[in-house]
Design a protein around this ligand. Structure first.
Ligand SMILES: [Zn+2]
Ligand SMILES: [Zn+2]
Ligand SMILES: [Zn+2]
Length: 364
């Protein structure tokens, strides 16, 4: 694959060609044995090096070094071409010390990534992947993406894709993107697909969050229902409790208040469920939902709880999948909210076990 424009066009002649003319020589560090090999760079500058060190740091260089020579020569050369001399110098230095500075990374990161990939130096590749990810901008993200794909650097690739899809409007305006559109339609397609999927993911998350909040509302309603039926709230309470005893609003009062109004309506409505009253139907569903998630046997004080349980036992074979799923989701939302909120205090009195489980069990 072609890396593209002008000075970035280093990948196509990355292969190890025979060396061009050689003029400059860089001296190796003191205290080392004499260098026995020269790295040849594109600018013609030679970097003296030790074949043992190069070979131990890179298996690709090892193969090249150990390849039988055509001509017996004391002056051994190993070409590393297609990137600026300075980048080869930093690369060679890294093979010796496993180190390079932030500044070097900033200047030659893309070249070093390519070199680390071609010469199989995983340490350096990791370093470059991290370094380049930190340097990503709207301007360089397209080139970095191409490089990440070319050099098989999945971390960098994903980071580029994310930045691209979050800032696509701006990236679209860059020269690099326009160039890519003209020269690499496959990568363009890959990017557009990624953006599409990212949007789908976002939509799914949003939908999931909305659903989740619905289940939490239902789970709150279940809490309030139990609380109204066992201890009473501001205006509705169990039939056997003193209605004059003034109670302040509870912690979930907005839900609780709505439910109290619904209970009052349910107790007095003339149309009722079978008459097609939608509010009664809603109350009915809430009572049924309570019964489905209620784990108290006989001492439960919520109206119709026992009746619904009996009914479920009778027609167990006709299980309704959607209902079962709803029950499961509300139960898990309830479990989650009970972990995060202190449980409401309940003064449960076994003597108050309910006899008639219908609306007469309320004081409205
Ligand atoms: Zn309440
Ligand atoms: Zn009604
Ligand atoms: Zn119950």
């Amino acid at each position: 694959m072609d890396m593209g424009r002008s000075e970035k066009n280093f990948s196509s002649d990355m292969e190890l060609n025979s060396s061009p003319q050689v003029d400059g020589v860089v001296t190796a560090a003191a205290g080392m044995p004499e260098p026995d090999i020269h790295v040849v760079t594109s600018s013609g500058i030679l970097i003296p090096a030790h074949s043992k060190i190069l070979a131990s740091a890179s298996s690709v260089l090892e193969n090249i070094i150990e390849r039988p020579q055509k001509r017996q020569s004391s002056d051994r050369k190993i070409p590393i071409l297609g990137v600026p001399y300075e980048a080869v110098s930093v690369f060679t230095q890294f093979l010796y010390s496993s180190k390079c500075s932030e500044e070097q990374m900033q200047k030659y990161g893309i070249h070093l990534l390519a070199l680390s990939h071609v010469y199989l130096v995983p340490h350096l590749k990791q370093r470059c992947t991290r370094g380049l990810a930190k340097q990503l901008t709207i301007e360089n993200v397209v080139d970095s993406l191409q490089l990440a794909r070319l050099c098989d650097a999945p971390d960098l690739y994903i980071k580029c894709m994310k930045l691209l899809s979050d800032n696509f409007k701006a990236v679209e305006e860059t020269e690099a993107w326009k160039f890519l559109q003209n020269h690499d339609p496959y990568l363009e397609l890959e990017v557009l697909q990624f953006i599409d999927e990212a949007e789908m993911r976002k939509k799914r998350t949003r939908r999931h969050r909305e659903e989740q909040s619905l289940y939490i509302q239902l789970s709150d309603a279940m809490d309030c229902l139990e609380h109204i039926c066992s201890e009473g709230c501001t205006s509705v309470g169990p039939y056997d409790m003193d209605p004059t005893k003034h109670k302040g609003p509870c912690s979930k009062f907005s839900t609780c208040h709505g439910l109290q109004l619904l209970i009052k309506h349910f107790g007095t409505c003339k149309k009722r469920v079978n008459g097609g009253c939608s509010r009664c139907k809603r109350m009915w569903q809430l009572l049924r939902l309570h019964s489905s998630i209620c784990d108290q046997a006989d001492e439960c004080r919520v109206p119709l709880c026992r009746q619904f349980k009996l009914k479920v036992q009778q027609d167990r074979r006709k299980s309704d999948e959607r209902w079962t799923l709803l029950v499961r989701k509300v139960s898990s939302a309830k479990a989650i909210s009970s972990l995060s909120l202190p449980k409401r205090k309940r003064e449960e009195d076994p003597r108050m076990a309910m006899d008639h489980q219908d609306m007469t069990s309320f004081k409205l």
